[in-house]
Design a protein around this ligand. Structure first.
Ligand code: SAM
Length: 275
């Protein structure tokens, strides 16, 4: 049984190439890459002379048979992309499926991916997120995806090219409104790495240049519990309307879904502030 290795490579800083990535790239019988002009120097600099073949969006299908032949012959194969993790907005998925349909195994040397780096440094919630990659460029497909992105309550991670970043931010603002928090990251791990935070209404990305990842805050959940500010506002309305503290608390608990103890504490604070 042989192995197809998915090997992550740097997204900018060559120091991010893992020692195990080099071990695997040096040990396999064939390295599949998107562009030999990119991967060739990477291997040569590390003193690795493993045979290279091109597997990209155009060649992935015909190359699958050649890769399976190497695996069937007892050799191991590595797949790298131009940058980051293979299969993430890069070729890989088809080759992985084809290998998994055989007796051979698929494993990985994990490492850099612009999506994960952007998400984790964004400051936006990371517990639940969705990776959208590149939005469809135009037409109904783009509109429908923007609508879905706008409604998603999870943090959304998008890739974008410099010549389309402004239009995409404009379209996201039209779909999600101006108040949605957004983090725009650029040239991650490179000399001109930049992270800009704001809302879709205020974000200023300066001169569009380099590679971008957009991290968008999720939509507020429709049934999320009311905030402390919402509770205070509702209490004020009830108290100003002549309700007793007890009735005001009971009414706000029933309309906001917040715990009675929390609403009671907020009511006490409110009355203390007012006296
Ligand atoms: N497989 C790669 C990964 O794991 O991140 C992504 C490849 S995709 C073809 C290229 C896109 O990834 C770029 O257009 C940009 O959106 C994002 N990207 C890649 N490197 C980046 C970097 N250093 N800084 C910001 N974005 C980057």
């Amino acid at each position: 049984m042989s192995t197809l290795w998915l090997v992550a490579t740097p997204i900018g800083n060559l120091g991010d190439l893992a020692p195990r990535a080099l071990d695997v790239l040096g040990a396999v019988d064939l390295v599949c890459c998107e562009d030999t002009r990119r991967t060739g120097p990477l291997l040569r600099n590390a003193g690795i002379d493993t045979r290279l073949t091109v597997v990209n969006d155009h060649t992935e299908r015909p190359q699958v048979r050649a890769v399976l032949d190497v695996l069937d012959g007892g050799g191991d194969v590595a797949l790298v992309s131009d940058a980051g993790t293979p299969g993430i907005s890069d070729p890989g998925e088809r080759l992985v499926s084809a290998v998994l349909a055989t007796e051979h195994t698929v494993s990985a040397v994990p490492g850099p991916s612009a999506a994960i780096m952007a998400l984790t440094i964004s400051g936006l919630p990371t517990a639940r997120f969705v990776f959208e990659g590149f939005l469809p460029r135009k037409g109904r497909e783009r509109t429908e995806r923007l609508t879905a992105v706008a409604a998603d309550t999870r943090t959304v991670v998008l890739y974008e090219a410099p010549h389309r970043i402004e239009r995409t931010l404009d379209d996201l603002r039209a779909a999600c409104g101006s108040d949605r928090s957004v983090v725009v990251t650029r040239e991650l791990t490179k000399l001109h790495e930049e992270v800009r935070r704001g809302t879709l209404g205020t974000i200023d990305i300066g001169e569009p240049r380099g590679e971008y990842v957009i991290v968008l805050d999720g939509a507020p959940a429709a049934n999320s519990p009311a905030s402390d500010d919402d509770v205070r506002a509702a209490l004020r309305v009830a108290l100003d309307g002549g309700a007793s503290s007890r009735d005001a608390v009971a009414s706000v608990v029933s309309t906001t879904g917040r715990a009675k103890r929390e609403v009671y504490d907020l009511a006490i604070d409110l009355q203390r502030d007012a006296s």
